[in-house]
Design a protein around this ligand. Sequence first.
Ligand SMILES: *Cc1c(COP(=O)(O)O)cnc(C)c1O
Length: 427
Amino acid sequence: MGVDYRPETICIQSGWKPKKGEPRVLPIYQSTTFKYDNSDQMGRLFDLEDAGYFYTRLQNPTNDAVAAKITELEGGIAGMLTSSGQAANYYAIFNICEAGDHFICSNSIYGGTFNLFGTTMKKQGISCTFINPDASDEEIEAAFLPNTKALFAETISNPSLVVLDIERFANIAHRHGVPLIVDNTFPTPINCRPIAWGADIVTHSTTKYMDGHAMSVGGAIIDSGNFDWMAHKDKFPGLTTPDESYHGIVYAEKFGKMAFIQKATAQLMRDLGSIQSPQNAFLLNVGLETLHLRMPRHCDNAQKVAEYLEKHEKVAWVNYAGLPDNKYYGLAKKYMPNGTCGVISFGLKGGRDVSVAFMDKLKLAAIVTHVADARTCVLHPASHTHRQMTDEQLMEAGVAPDLIRFSVGIENVKDIIDDLEQALAAI
Ligand SMILES: *Cc1c(COP(=O)(O)O)cnc(C)c1O
């Protein structure tokens, strides 16, 4: 566009750029297919000779406008939407790993991602080694194998709230000739832009703060364009050798810096079809327009709630990187000087049973699986999202059995604290 707008302006103005006489607001292209004047025009699309729309399973203009906005927010070169955050993380890995390959992942990650990487992808012949994100460089580097293709972590882990040392992880990945893939769901690009710190690929569950209203499940993948696939030709044959399903196209040659997203769209989306519906993309775009207003409010409210809980006699511990005595305070200040996110976790004196009893007393904060939207909500991971994990796996993943995940919304913070106060008094 020629002008580098600031994030607030990108949230509002980027993506959909209407031309003369076109709708001011991003339209929902509720169409599976797109019309051409002659057979040759369409043939060229199928050969990837021309860019254009032909079938919504591959690309849709509504989705592309929203993906372009998120790409600009993250400072990437290309991006795509997916049907969910799960699909985004699956595609990001599967785009460069095939049966027989291996990748390395922080063990402090979302439970769904843990199951996908550790169990489901294993059945497809792709193995994952989980490492402690706070381990030394040497310990992490010991996990690299000749067939390792990526390093993966969350900027702020859900629900353990570990803050990633992005630069350190990027350096480790690059020393071993693989990309760093970062799930940036919790901070959003308003609070952190991992690409600026060396991450190569960024993923999102847009279901969370980006949508922000708990309306639609979705995901996104953004590529920085910085990883040089051709420099590691043997490691990434999917990008650097001919794709027989596209007349022998070599993505990294034909599309250069755009190769990663081109392949994920032309090949993975074509074959696996985890497209976001244009309706959901429209709702996501409405959410994105206020992301820059909501994130600071989430952070302010969470800070006050964390400070309140920390002083309460019935509270055993509080984990929020905005508290000066938090283990990740320094990293958070470096990577997210304006705040981390609205999610905090804590445990109550008396342990697991007291934590569960307390949650049942909350009135404003609703018990839902969801996290990170406008309404304050609460969850007990050991009983819910992380139910499939053993106690040992829970501790390894930094999810204490008594951990309450409290997602602070953008209501008046006094009402949120009053709700906590009455629930704490009742136990
Ligand atoms: C929720 C979440 C996911 C999964 O996203 P869905 O949209 O629910 O599929 C992935 N990563 C993180 C960090 C999440 O919080």
